[in-house]
Design a protein around this ligand. Structure first.
Ligand code: ZN
Length: 295
């Protein structure tokens, strides 16, 4: 069984937090790795409530540098310093080095671990290991911004019976997995001849954005799309898509599950957004602080 991808919504409010909705932060846990998308004010207290040590976080991906998405970085870094973190912390974002330089300047005593700022642009692969990769997607906001796509590597299941038929042995299987084909005598055996491929699961976190066609193209048939849902249908703020439009686009692009987040304080109950949006796209959930979703 593949490992679960567990998402914990740490903050689901918009520019002004409420007692129920903290500033933006989404934690993704997969195969022992903890990744944070955005780090709004109060994120470390939310991490405590979710019973996750901040020391476990290896990478932070900032969608854009509005305070409701990054102001939690300063106290989080202070805590990591006090807890004697030694491992480097990677912080990704558009213009990340400019903001990380400014944040680290704020300390009297320096920080006891390295913070590696990674400047990103839309449509880039920004991280990859043997288990997953993270790419940026284009978003449309009032300042430089990106969304992030987490993609698990595809699973390749070798059918041993088929492999044996082609005369492949242990070390041949390693080679064919790595290079996609192998020469046996005069014959070339392709990986697809002896295996079944299960596509890796995908999650996109949009940050703040209007409707981005590029983002939805990347989100086609995606397992989970976490999208800005600041307003139900009002468009007086031109930097956010309406939740209803997000639902329409999610339906068009066959999103498997849509989690709306980043709600304006004007909405007192989740049902105010959920009911009209589910009429458009039934596979919608409304993110709540400390809600967990497994992919
Ligand atoms: Zn925001």
């Amino acid at each position: 069984m593949p490992q679960p991808i567990e998402i914990t919504f740490l903050g689901t409010g918009a520019a002004v937090p409420t007692p129920k909705r903290n500033h933006s932060a989404v934690l993704l846990h997969y195969s022992g790795e903890y990744i944070l998308f955005d780090c709004g004010e109060g994120t470390q207290v939310q991490l405590q409530k979710a019973k996750v040590s901040p020391l476990k976080i290896s990478k932070i991906f900032i969608s854009h540098w509005h305070a409701d998405h990054f102001a939690g970085l300063i106290p989080l870094i202070e805590t990591l310093h006090l807890e004697k973190r030694k491992e480097a912390l990677e912080v990704y974002g558009p213009n990340a080095s400019r903001f990380i330089d400014a944040i680290t300047e704020l300390s009297y005593w320096g920080i006891g671990f390295d913070i590696i700022a990674k400047d990103v642009e839309p449509n880039q692969k920004v991280f990859e290991n043997e288990l997953f990769e993270i790419t940026t997607v284009k978003t449309i906001h009032s300042v430089p911004s990106v969304g992030y796509c987490f993609k698990e590597k595809d699973h390749i299941h070798i059918d041993i019976k088929k492999a044996n038929k082609f005369g492949l042995k242990g070390k041949d299987l390693k080679e064919i997995k790595e290079s996609g084909k192998i020469k046996i005598g005069s014959k070339i055996v392709k990986l697809k001849d002896i295996s079944k491929l299960t596509p890796g699961r995908r999650v996109i976190y949009s940050g703040d954005t209007m409707i981005s066609k590029d983002l939805f193209k990347a989100a086609k048939e995606i397992d989970l799309l976490i999208h800005d849902g600041t307003h139900l249908d009002e468009q007086e703020f031109k930097s956010h898509a309406s939740a209803k439009d997000v639902a329409r686009w999610s339906k068009k692009y066959k999103v498997k599950k849509l989690a709306l987040t980043h709600f304006s304080r004007r909405y007192k109950t989740s049902g105010e957004i959920l009911r009209p949006v589910q009429k458009i796209f039934k596979n919608t959930i409304i993110a709540e602080d400390l809600m967990k979703v497994r992919v």
